[in-house]
Design a protein around this ligand. Structure first.
Ligand SMILES: Cc1ncc(COP(=O)(O)O)c(C=O)c1O
Length: 375
């Protein structure tokens, strides 16, 4: 139940275990093209969709590399550890970074962003949709409405912990570059990133001429995304198949139903976490639906708790950055079901009791069921 990699369902795992074939095999080429086209329409992109071997961090670097050049000014909006990660990526490239940071647990507002952009000279703004270090969701649609008023500014959204679990697409949210990794709400093993660049983002790339980066240059990948029988760098054949199955599952469920399921699950999980004594870091109005970041009840030690929880059958993540050793992070995104969620709550209760917490058995699972039914 860590917030990525998330549980991989059997039908996706089966694709990863298939006999690997040549990337030029017509069957694979057809599958690769199909998944690219499906992703393009599912997330309303009028430009190009990239499915490339690499993780979310490479997608961050790709977004920056193709949008900005040395000396450009960028507005970096950060609601936590992963937002801050853009600082290094941009500064190494010689980009001038101006920072808007929220207290951990809160989010920078669209008004703050608009005020900053009014100062002028910005070429891009980066926003992390769900920061996995805090469990905070940024209002990406409202921010998009603000950013779209500035012609020269590209709106780049890190959707690593959101795409496929939280409602987001390029058109509706006025996003120019969106990206994610395979291992979170898509429920595939780690190893692929998916990136969408709209027409405006592609025009910016063209205006940059030759860029220093090679592997992550859009221009090198566009011919492959248009016709995957061509070669630039070897595609991760089995992961592409796994992604194709993940997308099939999404289409079968329906995106609206999928987002609604994530909301319902999050609300029930969060009620249960509170019922057994945890505090949720993110303020209620900016609380994500893909994961929860929990502060321990008094007297519970992080390492001891996570060890006991693992004995009870559940792996959870610890905090990062300033919350390392003080936080429990539980993912509830992707292709998880009701049984997995209730079993998780039940194991969390048992682990608390094993560490001496005075807790009524069923207090968490009861709260979960009550909230689930109420939704
Ligand atoms: C919001 C966010 N952005 C970026 C990343 C980096 O992705 P990766 O670890 O796949 O490189 C992560 C990883 O968890 C993330 O949660």
């Amino acid at each position: 139940m860590i917030p990525g990699p998330t549980p991989v369902v059997d039908s996706i795992r089966t694709e990863m275990g298939r006999d690997t074939i040549a990337f030029g095999d017509p069957d694979f080429v057809k599958d690769y093209k199909e998944v690219i086209d499906d992703l393009q329409s599912l997330f309303s992109c009028d430009g190009k969709t990239f499915v490339v071997a690499g993780t979310g961090t490479l997608a961050m670097e790709t977004a920056i590399a193709n949008s900005l050049q040395k000396g450009d000014k960028m507005l970096l909006v950060s609601n936590g550890f992963f937002g801050d990660r853009f600082i290094q990526i941009a500064e190494r490239k010689g980009i001038k970074v101006e920072l808007l940071q929220a207290e951990w647990g809160d989010a920078v507002t669209p008004v703050q962003i608009g005020k900053k952009l009014d100062e002028g000279g910005f070429k891009a703004v980066t926003v992390t949709h769900v920061d996995t270090s805090t469990g905070v969701i940024a209002p990406v649609k409202e921010i998009g409405e603000v950013v779209s008023k500035y012609d020269d500014v590209l709106y780049i959204v890190d959707g690593v912990c959101s795409v496929g679990g939280e409602a987001v697409d390029l058109k509706n949210c006025h996003i120019n570059v969106l990206f994610t990794g395979s291992q979170k709400a898509f429920g595939v093993a780690p190893g692929l990133f998916m990136l969408w660049a709209d027409e405006k983002a592609l025009a910016r790339r063209k205006s940059l001429g030759t860029i220093p980066e090679y592997y992550c240059d859009y221009e090198n990948w566009i011919p492959i995304m248009d016709d995957p029988s061509k070669y630039f760098a070897t595609p991760a054949v089995n992961l592409v198949w796994a992604l194709k199955e993940s997308v099939r599952i999404m289409k079968e469920e329906g995106m609206d139903a999928r987002y609604a399921r994530h909301i319902r699950t999050a609300k029930a999980m969060q009620k249960a976490f509170e019922a057994i004594g945890f505090t949720i870091l993110a303020k209620e109005e900016v609380r994500a639906h893909t994961l929860s970041n929990l502060l321990y009840p008094a007297g519970i030690d992080d390492a001891a708790y996570r060890t006991e929880l693992a004995k009870q059958g559940v792996q959870a993540a610890g905090g990062v950055g300033k919350y390392a050793g003080r936080m429990l992070r539980i993912g509830h995104m992707g292709n998880i079901d009701l049984h997995t969620c209730t079993a998780t709550i039940s194991a969390m209760e048992r682990a608390l009791r094993a560490l001496g917490q005075d807790l009524q058995p069923g207090s968490g699972t009861g709260a979960f069921a009550k909230e689930w039914d109420a939704q």
